[in-house]
Design a binder for this molecule. Structure first.
Ligand code: TNX
Length: 511
């Protein structure tokens, strides 16, 4: 029997249809409404064209073509006229789809995706990819048929912000490794990619006015490997463009006023005693702080914010602010009072780890909750004033936590987080005093003290990153482990085709 999600977001069973399970039952995240049309199928043929009725859909169309040309071997030209068989990308979606949603209708000759924005088209294309057979994701030519089950889908996200973070400071990852991860998260409608670009162990982005940050601060990492372990500004711009071509906005983070040893090792003047710190390749936290009462500290911050903002098209700048254990409380407040206006001056909106929210009443800034408790008075007070909270509770959605005691990679300070644990919470009713309307979305951070390779990234992120995507996108009424687990399990064949090194949790019925 096919599962239909009614308009209310409630699952009902369509008992009239006894068809075998199709990709329609395998979508992650689950759409708002899926109406099967068992009488119809669409099959992509060599004659298919990707047809644009709106320029909003050009980048999404190019993404679809890049995925399907190698596996199908078809030409799949992108055309500006709508006629004949293929995939049609058009405007005029139902207003219910909002700024990021879409409608997807499968007819015998066309798959029609309607959306009112580029984001909506990217999201519709992510759904179409999952409706095709897994071998559509292959890099080499595969046998057809390229069949899509008949359906009419209407979909839009629960929250605007569905994020993933990668810490490139504890271990450095090359631009190709970063792109590989961006490509993988895009398949689950993730729309923000947060890059943790500085920490005690490494400064990872070229700052032209402070060249020693990368020459010295970007020369090593956890474990002591050495090299040019940083991105030039051109490489960063290329990563940002790569993300944009997949519908993803990059949020750069420079962690301050703690987690700053790499900067303090690069420049003597960033230390109160004017002495450079030694480079650090261990994994302790909380021992470093910028010098709060020196003007040069704020010149440094302003130079970084200015240079980074100029090459970051997205509206956000993440100032870190976590675990400033070596910064006295009053100094922490002083620091934030000087730094938050700098971010504003360069036209960006501040995101910060939630500790910083106690220092400001500005309701435009975004606190990112990473705690392990369900009560935080400062975050709740901010939510009551009107701030929107980004949810990353460490004991639920930190991708660096071990799955169980046998997991070789990862840490366990926030607990062991099996797949079902990662799924079993409600972002809109998790923190006391932070209700559905106060939540901006969900981000899954991946800290990399123990993570060194793409295979390591994938093992920790898959399948928990798609869990975060489901929590951030799908309606609350759909939340149900027994229905979710098989959908998640159906991603296994796709990851095998893509070469993703996922953790085959025994909690999930893998297909
Ligand atoms: C806490 S969470 C940190 C990071 C560590 C992480 C390891 C947060 C804002 N700070 O510095 O890498 O734990 O799980």
């Amino acid at each position: 029997a096919a599962l239909v999600i009614a308009g209310s977001g409630v699952l009902v069973t369509n008992t009239a249809d006894a068809a075998a399970p199709t990709t329609l039952q395998e979508l992650v995240p689950q759409p708002v409404r899926v109406q099967p049309r068992p009488d119809i199928t669409f099959t992509l043929t060599p004659a298919a064209r990707i047809q644009l009725a709106t320029q909003d859909a050009r980048k999404p169309a190019e993404l679809l073509a890049r995925i399907l040309r190698p596996s199908t071997g078809y030409a799949l030209p992108i055309t500006d006229s709508v006629s004949g068989e293929g995939v049609v990308l058009t405007g005029g979606a139902d207003p219910k789809t909002g700024p990021e949603g879409y409608q997807l209708d499968v007819t015998p000759k066309q798959v029609v995706i309607r959306a009112n924005s580029s984001a909506g088209h990217f999201n519709g294309i992510a759904t179409l990819r999952q409706l095709l057979p897994p071998r559509a994701e292959a890099k080499t030519r595969q046998p057809g048929p390229w069949t899509v089950p008949g359906a009419s889908i209407l979909d839009h996200p629960r929250y605007h912000h569905r994020g993933a973070m990668l810490d490139v400071s504890r271990h450095f990852f090359t631009p190709d490794q970063v792109k590989r991860y961006i490509n993988q998260i895009a398949a689950f409608k993730i729309n923000y990619f947060h890059l943790h670009l500085s920490d005690d162990q490494g400064w990872r982005l070229e700052i032209k006015s402070w060249p020693e940050l990368t020459r010295i601060g970007g020369s090593t990492e956890v474990g002591g490997r050495t090299g040019k372990l940083f991105y030039t500004q051109d490489q960063y711009k290329d990563i940002v463009a790569y993300a944009a071509s997949r519908g993803i906005t990059v949020i750069p983070e420079f962690d301050m006023p703690g987690h700053t040893n790499a900067a303090q090792a690069s420049y003597a003047e960033l230390n109160c005693d004017d002495k450079k710190r030694p480079l650090y390749t261990g994994t302790e936290v909380g021992f470093s702080s910028l010098c709060i009462n020196k003007d040069v500290t704020y010149k440094f911050v302003e130079d970084v914010v200015r240079e980074v903002s100029a090459i970051t098209p997205g509206p956000y700048f993440h100032i870190g602010g976590d675990e400033a254990l070596s910064t006295p409380d009053a100094d922490y407040v002083t620091f934030m009072n000087r730094v938050l206006p700098i971010v504003k001056k360069y036209g960006k909106t501040t995101v910060g780890w939630h500790e910083f929210i106690k220092t400001t009443k500005d309701t435009a800034v975004v606190p990112q909750f990473w705690g392990t408790t369900t009560t935080d008075a400062n975050v709740a007070a901010a939510a009551q004033r009107g701030n929107k909270v980004l949810m990353s509770p460490a004991n639920r959605i930190y991708l660096d936590m071990k799955y169980d005691k046998n997991t070789k990679l990862g840490l366990d300070w926030a607990g062991l987080v099996e797949v079902r644990d990662a799924y079993s919470w409600n972002p809109g009713a998790y923190l006391n005093g932070v209700t559905e309307a106060n939540v901006r979305g969900v981000e899954a951070p991946l800290w990399t003290e123990t993570i060194r390779t793409s295979a390591d990234i994938e093992y920790m992120a898959f399948p928990r990153l798609p869990v975060a995507a489901e929590l951030g996108w799908s309606p609350a009424a759909v939340h149900n482990w027994d229905r979710f687990a098989p959908r998640l399990g159906a991603q296994g064949p796709r990851w095998k085709v893509q070469g993703v090194n996922f953790y085959a949790s025994t909690q999930v019925p893998w297909k």
